[in-house]
Design a protein around this ligand. Structure first.
Ligand code: NAP
Length: 507
């Protein structure tokens, strides 16, 4: 059952002002609007919790993460039903996303138990070294303190209340204050109840997790500026992320803002692949582009090809595949409105031709396909800005030199894709050093939607794909965002942190 309130350090707290969600079916639910006062209360409780939680054992934290996963599963049907109502996403998608969410929590439990993430190093003392002796020097990664988390509208579970940022921070030993997304407050409410139950079951300090619902942008702004918050994990739009990033940088004591933002995820379809299987790639592209109404940060919005009959056949095949896709409900009225404005913007850009244009109701989206030349792309930087939804743009280049110029012109991306046959290796080798500098993940002969949660995943990239190109928000490496290296010089073993004492697994 919904609480309709905020969870602040174990207490469910309401307020006078309320807002409602906008479910696609059924009556709206009412939620308390967040306040700046609650931000302060949550941040203070998080700092207090850090004094115990930041020094908890890895086994204790692993058990806590597993308890959260099992409490989410215990409420699985209720969470899925609410998520479907609030986002319009189909049940199968949200059941899968719940599996990903609990899978991440369990994966982090295994990861902290294994302990490799501590990156423990030891340079033993060299008392007889000349001309100067060397002291005993050890290093280990330590948690940074309270972390603020902002989830995105398009992943109400996996990038939200108990999503990847929260799992990584809690695994590291950092308390979390979540700013609930106003697009799915009911889903966030139910997931926070699961975390609350896990806190009680495991006897963890209640300040380790708080959630303040939205309804007022001042809440998020106060949260990133609160002096006790040590870092921010954010998934969302470039505009929102940039606004909050700037606030973090302007603090008297600036803190890292790990913003995972948008991307157009270009695909380069090289000559051999275009000739031998252009139609197949076009059909696959249409599927990836329209999945979940195109509301994925990894949506491949741009396809680059060399002009000619094969490029024309590719565009025809993509149009034919996209025409079969019906209207899909978008996550919010605001996102639908932004999509319609985005399609109008691209259509009105000089040198852009319509390949497929459609019409639909306000909160629905149908696919759009446009084409332009590499020369027009290079002259219109705004063609490289994300339109969140099922919009594709084919960029036709005269030759490989123009393809390379398009690659060089790219802003930071989450992903870049090569479609290539064996005969395309030379073209691929020419592009790789350029694309490596543009994106966090490079892939061949696939589509970037569907991000594997694993040890080697990088979900990030140079700005504006993210605000911190050294980080990933998906996979076990994402824990590094909430750790910092501390060096211990000549600290006696009985004073060292437990993970470093008695060698800490090191000789
Ligand atoms: P959003 O509008 O930026 O919202 C994200 C969160 O930030 C919400 O809690 C929102 O508050 C808050 N916020 C936004 N602007 C703010 C401001 N000026 N001041 C204070 N708080 C602010 O993003 P979204 O529409 O939920 O998500 C869609 C976007 O996320 C797309 O661009 C997509 O590509 C991107 N995305 C990226 C990834 C990735 O991993 N890179 C993953 C998924 C989605 P409210 O609740 O008040 O709106």
């Amino acid at each position: 059952m919904l609480r309709g309130t905020h969870l602040i350090a174990g207490q469910w707290i309401g307020g006078e002002k309320t807002f409602t969600n906008r479910p696609v079916a059924g009556d709206a639910d009412t939620f308390a609007v967040g306040t700046v006062g609650l931000v302060d209360k949550a941040a203070r409780a998080a700092e207090e919790a850090f004094r115990s939680y930041g020094y908890s054992s890895r086994a204790e934290r692993a058990a806590f993460l597993r308890a959260i996963a099992s409490e989410i599963n215990a409420r699985g049907d209720e969470i899925t039903a609410m998520g479907c109502r609030e986002t319009g996403l189909p049940e199968a998608r949200l059941v899968g996303e719940r599996g990903r969410t609990t899978g991440q929590l369990n994966q982090f439990a295994d990861h902290v138990e294994a302990g490799d993430y501590l990156d423990r190093r030891h340079d033993p003392a060299l008392p007889d070294r000349a001309p100067l002796p060397r002291p005993d020097i050890r290093m280990m990664q330590r948690p940074i303190g309270p972390v603020a988390v902002f989830g995105a509208s398009n992943f109400p579970l996996a990038f939200s209340t108990a999503g990847g940022d929260t799992a990584a921070a809690l695994a590291a030993g950092c308390p979390v204050v979540v700013k609930g997304h106003s697009a799915h407050p009911g889903t966030s409410d139910l997931v926070a109840q699961a975390i609350d139950a896990a806190i009680r079951a495991r006897g963890v300090h209640p300040g380790v997790f708080s959630q303040i619902q939205g309804g007022d942008r001042a809440v998020g702004q106060a949260l990133v500026q609160h002096p006790l918050i040590r870092a921010v994990g954010f998934t969302g739009s470039l505009a929102g992320g940039r606004a909050l990033f700037d606030l973090c940088a302007a603090r008297p004591e600036p803190i890292p803002f790990f913003g995972e933002l948008g991307s157009v995820n270009p695909m380069f379809i090289l000559d051999g692949a275009l000739a031998s299987r252009g139609g197949e790639i076009a059909a696959g592209w249409a599927g990836s582009l329209t999945m979940g109404a195109g509301q994925f940060c990894t949506n491949p919005g741009v396809a680059v090809v060399i002009d000619g009959p094969e490029a024309k056949a590719f565009a025809d095949a993509a149009r034919a595949a996209l025409e079969k896709t019906g209207a899909q409900t978008m996550l919010t009225d605001g996102i639908a409105d932004a999509y319609h404005r985005g399609t109008d913007r691209i259509a009105a850009t000089k040198g852009v031709q319509d390949v497929l244009t459609t019409t639909c109701d306000m909160r629905n989206a149908t696919p759009y396909l446009f084409s332009t030349t590499a020369a027009e792309w290079l002259a219109n930087a705004e063609l490289g800005e994300e339109v969140f939804g099922p919009l594709g743009l084919i960029v036709t280049a005269r030759d490989m030199d123009e393809v390379i110029a398009v690659a060089r012109s790219l802003r930071g991306q989450l992903t870049c894709t090569l479609h290539m046959d064996d005969a395309d290796s030379a073209q691929a080798r020419a592009l790789m050093p350029i694309l490596e500098r543009k994106a966090g993940r490079l892939l061949a002969n696939g589509f970037p939607t569907g991000v594997e949660v694993c040890d080697a995943m990088v979900h990030g990239g140079p700005y504006p794909a993210s605000t911190n190109f050294g980080a990933t928000s998906v996979g076990t490496l994402s824990i590094r965002r909430f750790l910092r290296p501390v060096c211990y010089q000549n600290i006696p073993p009985d004073v060292l942190p437990e993970d470093l004492a008695q060698g800490g697994g090191l000789s």
